[in-house]
Ligand binder design. Structure first.
Ligand SMILES: [Zn+2]
Length: 65
């Protein structure tokens, strides 16, 4: 049986999962609010995508020089 992790919405096996209903210790800690925000980046988060684009642009500019 699989359930969706309420934190990252990934499917996770329910049987034998010590972190259920979460997929991992990380998601459990995040949900409890004990995780440090700066250390945890949500994949696909808009702000980090923008940062990555800017970083890529800078690197491309340096290669042109
Ligand atoms: Zn999760």
């Amino acid at each position: 049986m699989q359930v969706r992790c309420p934190r990252c919405v990934r499917f996770v096996e329910w049987e034998g999962n010590p972190w259920r209903p979460f997929c991992s210790e990380r998601c459990k800690l995040v949900d409890l609010g004990t995780w440090v925000d700066e250390e945890y980046k949500i994949p696909g988060e808009k702000s980090s995508e923008e940062d990555q684009k800017q970083a890529d642009a800078v690197q491309l500019g340096n290669e042109d020089n």
